[in-house]
Design a protein around this ligand. Sequence first.
Ligand code: ASP
Ligand code: MG
Length: 420
Amino acid sequence: MKVFKFGGASVKSAEAVKNLTQIMKGYNENILVVVSAMGKTTNALEEIARLFFSEKSTAENYKALKDYHYGIVQELFPDKSNHVYTEMELVFEELLSVLKKQPSLSFDFDYDQIVSFGEIISTRIVAAYLNTSGIKVKFTDIRKYLKTDNTYREARIDWELSTGLVRKAFGFSDEKIYVTQGFIGSTINNLSTTLGREGSDYSAAILAYILDAESVTIWKDVPGVLNADPKWFDNTVRLEQLSYLDAIELSYYGATIIHPKTIKPLQNKNIKLHVKSFLNPHDGGTIIGDLSYESLIPCFIFKMDQVLIQISPLDFSFIAEENLKSIFGYFSRHGVKINLMQNSAISFQVCVNNDPSRVPNLLNELRKEFKVWYDTGRELVTIRYYDNSTIERVMVNKQLVLEQKSTRTIQLVVKDLGDK
Ligand code: ASP
Ligand code: MG
């Protein structure tokens, strides 16, 4: 069997759902279809969760969410007697009854009880539309089978429990195609949980791992994995092949195409991952697997709005293990992720995202123990499979502030000279 994952953009409108159906018509095999919430639904539900938790009215936002989904449903199902209308009524009533309750004491808990509706609604619609279009599918609520701990908003999979349940649920004996949700699961007490934003890719990988899938295909609005984000680069190139290791490295350095947690379960069972365009489903896309090659075309990852922090001991002593231990402690307590670090005898430099809710507090704390100097407005460029000409290309009009090189990867902290 294969696992297909369709993200929010691939189901954002009636037209998109029709396109998904067209893609499914091209396959005649056992497929588990994992679907995200439609379009920007998760963001909309996050806002509803925030309003709910601060005891403000959610009525307007609830209505907008309902109107958006009903707009899609009405376009897809002109026949008002279609069962999907009853299903929609039930699911929106259920959401409304959650919103009528008092908030709990935990925002993260309430968030999961509310935000998980996005995937339930989208899969109801997608499953119904496939069935109406002559592709017989079974709608499955993954929360019955994918069990997690109760770390709401970042739930961890209970692999042992889930394995047995998922294998029983997706037997592929009477069914060829199942439609289920990405991103969500539930605790042993059946309380909804979510796996972290953009978690549907991870769901697809988990299910593929448990079911020993042949491959996973992530259908996206780009032609595959590109060597740079088109937002920063004009001449991007699609990578036809990528090793698991390179995929992990690229997402570690900040490439956003694949959720970093997705690759590991697939690599452990050598399950191939295809990234393909839902707009051009016949194009090759990218294949990620246990592949080897000498080299790859250079891949670029840009992180803008970086802060470079330099830390030295107050007494001008050397930076040693003791200082590093306390420095790392500050970063971890303030939840500031280090994008790059470099130490010398008397100072330690780090590059981090300029998060106004965390960095100023971190700097204040660090100042109690260290001499701290920082500079904002820096950019961090990572090039995997770099060569001199690619370095020159990214350095045009930039001043180099810090550089770190390994065999395959170079990281450059730069200052833009264009807007001094
Ligand atoms: N709907 C969720 C989100 O937007 C999960 C996903 O799309 O992967 O974060
Ligand atoms: Mg998404």
